[in-house]
Design a protein around this ligand. Structure first.
Ligand code: AMP
Ligand code: MN
Ligand code: ZN
Length: 897
């Protein structure tokens, strides 16, 4: 008994220990695995740094190579107007000020106080900012200065805005309020409020860059100094000379990101704005004085003052732009080569090798700075570039050694210096790039950037993606291809980065490049408007002498024969609605795609006269509405599949022999959709391919999973290797099938299968349905040119309208996952064919018309379109007889082709 008890305890303890050991090892293994997985992610220093600008939600000037966009935002700040980039959004308001010779300097009170109180207002919340805007809106004048941070940022950002009225000093925390600063736009652009700056040239640009704040009506005390020919124009001089205040300008270079600001910094910041009103007062008095002394006629009385004011407002007309270069870093490289390497113009001393390395390092530095949102000098100062190019070190120690003495000690203040000592964080986390460049592994300059970008921000990139760098991914290709002939290889994979990035890319790539509707008109010979259409249709009639041109721009023709029937007669004014080039869903006008309300897999099998003449069922949609509509259509297809009992995907037609014993056809729930949708050919093919290639090496669970997919196609029976080989051909187009056969040398024994598939597919592919989703994966990414969305539905392709349309596979549901999109839709052709055949057989053409109405309803229910043309309705009959000369007349068509 006792022994038994003991044994029990021993066993229990032993198993407990065993279990614990197992758990611990498993835990360790997982942890190790996880660490291994995340190690590339944590390799960039940015993963462990907190930087204030990463809290900004909206950044107007990002680090991409694209242009800065200027915007005029009205006071309601909801609607906006994009200014063309060579025009200042407030040009007309500022011009009025420049031309006005009767400026009322109402702000001059002549009684500014010099005193600076102990209290000031720290503005850091939105409500405080709104209060400030209300205060300022009541003023005639206020003073402004800004402090910037530029070392740890690529373009720099405004860290503080100081605003002083006669009564108070406000310090606006523009880091905390970065996304709310639009609240101050109206007071800055109000021409009735004068803004006093000192040396505003940079400040006006910074305010535009960070906040779309444009200054209208300014008095710049530095300009006043100019007009007055003062011996010095600095603020320090004016403070001393006019106010008797000493200031330490060294504080200018402090790290203005820090919070709370030190007492000295607060004092400095307040001083920069506080005395400006007093100084402006004093200088305008001098300008007036000068005018009176100097003038011979009373008309010249305000001459000097006007001149100072005019020069100030000229400053406001400047526009912020991002610096552009032929190639990233090229300007810096040229300057470094000139200054350091060739003894000031003497090319004999320069090593070509070193010069090339300078160019590479500068290009790399430029991109690294943009990716990490750092200044280029923080990534690698000029001196360090020179040191690396000359010494060409090849170990980490040598590299650090070469650049160690080149840090920023000379150019920055002590407080910054402590955080900027070597070794340099960017260099440390990306040392490998430096090796490669020095060892000349990255042979060509052009190759470096795409590689670096991919490495840093690619799918498993080393560096974090931020609001500052995501659009680099979008604009990068353009930047490079505009520089040199694009090398496609390097930037092929830049599509799949952030959701936003790829969406924008998608819009750019696939949306219509030119207006879809040309709004050409066709008149009857009695002058009545018959329809709007595209140019091509006009030409069709003109070329055959069936019409004459009656108007040029936009073109209109008059038919020379009597058309059969008029649109109005049919109570259908849809064809004479002007079609607008906007998304019919939400009204978006910037981009749009064609959308076919009746999915192609059905439409292509319609009788010709129902298929043609379908402008009604092709609408423009923006990407978002397109996505919604398409997803709804895909869902509805499944419903149709269930309703008619016709699966969406082809299934192997079973031989009678095979059919025996396959009653349990669809029992495996894990792989079968409840609506019996079948197997997608792509899924089938990739499963078969994986099994053929790695079948014996993969885990048995995975193997079983893949086998289930293939089995489902073959009706549940056991699978042979032959079956797998055959499965590779399912869903391919005949062309693609033959290609694969040739390439892979698929044995002749499958030619019967190929022939069968060809036969099955026959009739699916007539000349009209080139928009049928191709099963060919290469083709999926191509956008095919297709017919204009007008009722010129003869199915041919229209050249020259620049408009594009997605095929179904391209826009399957979420376009951002195009890889997945291949899974669907491919092979819906047979399903579509069977459905249409069934409808025609059972209900005739009315069946097809009803079917179309169902699709229109699906579309309306999904998108809730608010911008459909007036005559559009769900029950549109599409019944229309074609006249003798109509482009739609089937007999005519045959004879003209
Ligand atoms: P200020 O209005 O003179 O205080 O200067 C505004 C901002 O310009 C400062 O916050 C600095 O970021 C920048 N700045 C102006 N002059 C220099 C300089 N000599 N060195 C570094 N930064 C400067
Ligand atoms: Mn300042
Ligand atoms: Zn990094």
């Amino acid at each position: 008994m006792e022994v038994k008890e003991k044994a029990k305890i021993v066993i229990t303890v032993a198993s407990l220990v065993a279990v614990t050991v197992l758990i611990v090892t498993e835990y360790r293994r997982r942890r190790r695995y996880r660490r291994k997985q995340t190690s590339p992610l944590s390799s960039c220093y940015l993963h462990s740094e907190v930087r204030p600008q990463f809290g900004f939600k909206r950044v107007l000037a990002d680090n991409s190579y694209s242009e800065f966009k200027h915007l005029k935002l009205d006071d309601a700040s909801s609607s906006s107007e994009e200014a063309s980039n060579c025009h200042h959004p407030y040009e007309s308001e500022i011009t009025v000020l420049l031309e006005n010779t009767q400026i009322e300097f109402g702000f001059l009170r002549g009684e500014c106080s010099l005193e600076m109180s102990d209290s000031y207002v720290w503005v850091e919340t939105e409500s405080q900012l709104k209060e400030l805007a209300e205060v300022l809106a009541k003023e005639k004048v206020f003073a402004v200065d800004t402090e910037q941070h530029s070392l740890r940022s690529f373009l720099g950002f405004t860290a503080l805005v100081q605003i002083s009225t006669h009564e108070e000093d406000f310090l606006v925390d523009t880091i905390a309020l970065h996304d709310a600063m639009s609240i101050l736009r109206p007071v800055f652009s109000d021409p009735n409020i004068c803004k006093v700056f000192h040396g505003a040239d940079n400040d006006v640009l910074w305010l535009q860059r960070d906040f779309h704040i444009y200054v209208v009506n300014m008095f710049d005390t530095a300009k006043a100094c100019e007009v007055l020919s003062k011996p010095q124009r600095s603020l320090a001089y004016l403070l001393e000379a006019v106010c008797g205040v000493a200031t330490n300008k060294l504080l200018q270079r402090e790290d203005w990101r820090q919070r709370p600001l030190s007492k000295e910094m607060v004092q400095y910041a307040r001083t920069d704005a506080h005395y400006l009103l007093y100084i402006a007062d004093a200088l305008t008095a001098e300008l007036k004085q000068l005018a009176t002394e100097d003038s011979s006629s009373p008309d010249d009385k305000f001459h000097f003052l006007l001149e100072a004011s005019r020069r100030s407002n000229m400053t406001c007309l400047q526009l912020y732009t991002k610096e552009t270069e032929d190639f990233p870093g090229s300007a810096a490289a040229s300057s470094i080569i000139y200054r350091h390497l060739n003894g000031h113009g003497d090319t004999s001393t320069i090593s070509l090798n070193a010069e090339e390395l300078v160019r590479k390092l500068c290009a790399w530095r430029d991109l690294m700075a943009r990716i990490h949102d750092e200044s280029t000098r923080y990534v690698l100062p000029d001196q360090a570039v020179v040191a690396l190019a000359c010494k060409q070190p090849t170990t980490a120690e040598e590299i650090y050694g070469a650049i160690a003495h080149t840090d920023l000690a000379t150019e920055s203040s002590p407080s910054l210096n402590s955080s900027v000592q070597s070794p340099y964080p960017v260099i440390c986390s990306h040392l490998d790039d430096i090796y490669q460049m020095i060892l000349n592994k990255l042979a060509k300059l052009d190759d470096i950037l795409p590689l670096v970008l991919k490495k840093c921000l690619g799918k498993n990139g080393t560096c974090p993606i931020s609001v500052f760098n995501y659009s680099l991914l979008l604009n990068f290709k353009t930047k490079l291809s505009s520089h040199s002939a694009p090398k496609q290889n390097g930037h092929k994979n830049f599509k799949q980065f952030t959701r936003k990035a790829s969406r924008e890319l998608f819009v750019k790539k696939f949306s219509c490049k030119a207006p879809v509707y040309h709004n050409c008109r066709i008149y009857a010979n009695d002058g009545r408007l018959l329809c709007y259409c595209d140019k091509r249709k006009l030409e069709w009639y003109l070329n055959r002498g069936l019409a004459k041109l009656v108007e040029e721009d936009p073109p209109a023709i008059m038919l020379l024969f009597e058309p059969k029937g008029r649109p109005e007669d049919e109570g259908n004014d849809f064809y004479i609605q002007t079609k607008r080039n906007i998304c019919v869903g939400c009204g978006e006008g910037k981009h749009y795609l064609r959308y076919r309300i009746i999915p192609s897999c059905y439409r292509v099998h319609f009788p010709e006269h129902l298929k043609s003449h379908r402008s009604h069922d092709i609408v423009l949609l923006c990407v978002d509405c397109h996505e919604v509509a398409h997803a709804a259509a895909e869902r509805y297809k499944k419903q149709i599949a269930t309703e008619f009992g016709i699966p969406l995907f082809v299934r192997r037609v079973l031989d009678s022999k095979e059919a025996q014993g396959t009653s349990s056809l669809m029992e495996d729930e894990s792989t079968v959709n409840s609506e019996d949708a079948g197997v997608s050919p792509l899924l089938l093919r990739s499963a078969a391919m994986a099994l053929l290639r790695h079948g014996n090496r993969m885990p048995s669970s995975r193997r079983e999973e893949l086998l289930q997919i293939v089995k489902m196609y073959y009706g549940g029976r056991d699978i042979s290797e032959d079956d797998l080989e055959r499965a590779l051909l399912i869903g391919l187009s005949p062309h693609e099938r033959r290609k694969r056969e040739r390439k892979k040398g698929v044995s002749l024994k499958h030619s019967a299968e190929v022939a069968r598939l060809d036969k099955q597919e026959n009739g699916n592919k007539d000349k009209n349905n080139d928009d049928e989703a191709p099963a060919d994966s290469e083709k999926i990414m191509n956008v095919e040119r297709s017919t204009v969305a007008d009722d010129s539905g003869d199915g041919g392709t229209s050249e020259g309208d620049g408009a594009t349309e997605l095929n179904d596979a391209q826009c399957n549901g979420n376009m951002l996952h195009q890889q997945n999109s291949k899974l669907s839709l491919l092979g819906h052709g047979p399903h579509g064919k069977q459905i249409v055949e069934y409808l025609l057989r059972e209900y005739g053409e009315d069946g097809v018309r009803d079917f179309c109405q169902r699709w229109r309803k699906v579309f309306v229910d999904a998108v809730h379109p608010r911008h459909l043309p007036g005559g559009w309705n769900v029950s549109h009959s599409g019944r229309r007889d074609f006249g003798e000369f109509s482009v739609y007349n089937p007999t005519k068509r045959l004879s003209t082709e």
